[in-house]
Design a protein around this ligand. Structure first.
Ligand SMILES: CC(C)(COP(=O)(O)OP(=O)(O)OC[C@H]1O[C@@H](n2cnc3c(N)ncnc32)[C@H](O)[C@@H]1OP(=O)(O)O)[C@@H](O)C(=O)NCCC(=O)NCCS
Length: 219
């Protein structure tokens, strides 16, 4: 496997991987009546609004098995989402006025239209955020670490002082991964998510699109 910058033709694979892994690594269909909602909220808008901060892990034959997507500046990103992404779903996935936030589909439909609800704290220190997902067959081969190292370099080059993420408290495998790569556990905002942060001062410059692949010796 190797890690490279996202290209528009990867969009379908990224969407499919998000749907296949959207329940803490298991298929989103286990918790959502419309599993595509997972990708509408946690993957697709990043590809449209911030494609330069998306990277994929691909097999030697070019099949994409995982990705990381990110927003450089979370408040600005959600403001653009509101204007450029949410309107696409007014007819197909309208926000319900009295959404039952215990219902996962309604929760994601609400977030689709009100993305600022996703805004976290500590934005001065960690203004960027990310989502990472690999298909099961691609895990534990170093691709996750390489995806994040690549992203951290690109975020640092773009001037971000830090990146954060939220992970479900029950997703202990992902938490072990974030600890293993050296991310800091942040104070919880309450709710079901555990937060991790990565300061980006001193992170080295990443490779650009026209440079050699970051790595091709995995797996
Ligand atoms: C979490 C995830 C991104 C990690 O990526 P990965 O490629 O499997 O991780 P790596 O191979 O780079 O692991 C690096 C180190 O992290 C630790 N680690 C990774 N996954 C782990 C797990 N499930 N349990 C314990 N430690 C783990 C290990 O120390 C590992 O090093 P080792 O394999 O040499 O022991 C990936 O497993 C995944 O996509 N999971 C499903 C979706 C998900 O949960 N996404 C995150 C939502 S917040």
């Amino acid at each position: 496997m190797r890690v490279r910058s996202y290209r528009p033709r990867d969009a379908e694979a990224v969407h499919r991987i998000c749907v296949a892994t959207g329940d803490a690594g298991d298929p989103a269909s286990g918790i959502l009546r419309d599993p595509h909602l997972a990708a509408y909220v946690f993957a697709d808008p990043y590809l449209l609004l911030q494609p330069e901060m998306a990277f994929v892990a691909e097999r030697d034959d070019g099949v994409v098995l995982g990705y990381v997507v990110a927003a450089l500046n979370s408040p600005e990103f959600y403001a653009r989402w509101q204007l450029e992404w949410a309107p696409r779903f007014v007819a197909s996935h309208p926000a319900s006025c009295a959404a039952d936030m215990r219902d996962a589909d309604e929760q994601l439909r609400t977030l689709l239209h009100q993305p600022r609800r996703l805004l976290s704290t500590d934005l001065d220190t960690y203004p960027s955020h990310l989502h990472i997902n690999l298909l099961e067959s691609a895990r534990r081969q170093g691709a996750g670490r390489l995806l994040l190292e690549t992203l951290f370099g690109e975020l640092a080059r773009a001037g971000s002082p830090g990146v954060q993420l939220g992970v479900r408290a029950s997703n202990t495998g992902a938490q072990a991964f974030y600890r293993a790569i050296g991310m800091d556990r942040l104070a919880s905002r309450g709710g079901l998510a555990v937060r991790f942060g990565q300061p980006l001062h001193g992170v080295s410059r990443p490779l650009r699109e026209n440079e050699q692949p970051v790595h091709n010796g995995l797996g």
